[in-house]
Design a protein around this ligand. Structure first.
Ligand code: GMT
Length: 380
């Protein structure tokens, strides 16, 4: 089947967060295969800082009036969607993160219908829009309605699909399309000088990257590391920033391991840090997919994670790493040591993590989206 080139509008949060990264990378990949991609959001997405002939960016500007305690972003976005769909003659809108993007797309669709324009809407659920925020009673009716009204709905894991069906009265099919990885960016790079600077005594390097929110259990990261470090001298790299960073730093001081822990803050070249890492820790209490773990695996880094949400669909127990119950620091430390203690075993896990990541190569996942778009356009 020869796929037609499509004009697609992508709505997302333009931040470092998982959903924004997935939306931006998807748009870039679609553009590179010939589709015309229009990003519509309130500021330039974090990874969209270059020129490409098939990529467009439309900024949603919100006027500030003294009357508004809360600037009406939804109304501004809906108006912008109407304008861009009509002027650019888009074939489809793909919105990432249900709140508020799915309901805003519904509103834009209704307005366009009054002008004789039919615009199919695909909503992708990423996790926190369902598992944390969406379940909140104050959002529930809008989330349920807008998912049911979308012409197509995708979820990034089977688990997220099931959670959505359990938490909301969903009357439509949800297609699972997993997240993906671009190996041209995420691969093991030779960074020997960097490795020597981080671990001058050739210690094992353990890494965690996240937005340091409560669900990431960053204090568990520090506790796991302390137990590993007691047996096998290692270094811990904590990458990212967020509300829990202070507590994690404080705990490292209390446990007297600050000398072995580096808090690096937000970093762009995450693949370089992963390239010097031996193990990745993701002890989250909720994770619909775990994109950061996939990024690690693509760079040959095995993963110690919890068994929550979509993580078992990504991390294979005893193969690409290990999975434990939420909060079972003891078990996670034991598994980490098992992988790190023996050089040959470590190499085997590294290779297996990389092999597992290849299942999520963008070249395998992109056609799933293209086919799904075509199906939705045909049916609407
Ligand atoms: O993990 C976060 O806090 C960021 C969050 C988001 O909403 O952008 O990530 C979610 O979407 C990612 C991309 O699909 C997934 O890889 C993450 O697992 C998911 N986070 C959670 O479910 C907590």
């Amino acid at each position: 089947v020869i796929l037609e080139e499509m004009k697609i509008g992508i709505v997302c949060y333009p931040t470092f967060g998982g959903s924004g990264v997935v939306a931006t990378e998807l748009g870039k990949a679609l553009a590179s295969t010939g589709h015309e991609i229009h990003f519509i959001t309130y500021s330039q997405p974090a990874r969209l800082d270059f020129f490409s002939e098939n990529l467009y960016y439309h900024e949603v500007a919100i006027s500030q009036y003294p009357l508004f305690d809360f600037a009406p972003y939804e109304s501004a976005l809906a108006s912008k969607l109407v304008d861009v769909v009509r002027f650019e003659k888009l074939d489809l809108l793909h919105v990432h993160y249900a709140i508020p993007h799915a309901s805003v797309a519904y509103l834009a669709k209704q307005i366009l219908a009054t002008q004789g324009i039919n615009i199919p809407v695909v909503t992708t659920l990423h996790g926190t829009d369902i598992t944390l925020v969406g379940k909140d009673k104050s959002f529930n009716p809008v989330v349920t309605f807008s998912i049911n009204q979308s012409d197509g709905v995708t979820a990034v894991s089977e688990n997220l699909k099931q959670q959505t069906l359990e938490s909301f009265e969903i009357k439509r099919n949800i297609q699972v399309i997993p997240n993906f990885i671009d190996f041209t960016r995420f691969h093991n790079k030779s960074k020997e000088h960097f490795k020597r600077a981080i671990a001058p005594g050739n210690e094992r390097v353990i890494t965690h990257t996240s937005n340091f929110r409560k669900v990431k259990n960053t204090e568990d990261v520090v506790r796991i590391f302390q137990k590993v470090n007691e047996v096998l001298p290692s270094k811990l790299l904590m990458v990212g920033d967020g509300p829990e960073r202070r507590n994690a730093e404080e705990l490292a001081r209390q446990l007297d391991i600050s000398h072995a822990v580096r808090f690096l803050g937000k970093q762009d070249a995450i693949e370089e840090i992963l390239s010097v890492s031996d193990l990745f820790l993701m002890p989250s209490s909720s994770e619909s997919f775990g994109l950061a773990a996939l990024e690690a695996m693509a760079c040959h880094v095995p993963v110690i994670s919890t068994n929550t949400g979509g993580l078992p669909e990504l991390n294979r127990h005893g193969v690409s790493g290990f999975l434990s119950d939420i909060g079972d620091v003891e078990d996670m430390a034991k598994n980490a040591l098992y992988i790190l203690e023996d050089c040959d075993r470590l190499l085997k896990f590294k290779e297996a993590a990389y092999k597992r990541a290849q299942e999520f190569d963008i070249s395998k996942i992109l056609p799933m989206y293209e086919n799904y778009y075509e199906e939705v356009i045909r049916q609407s």
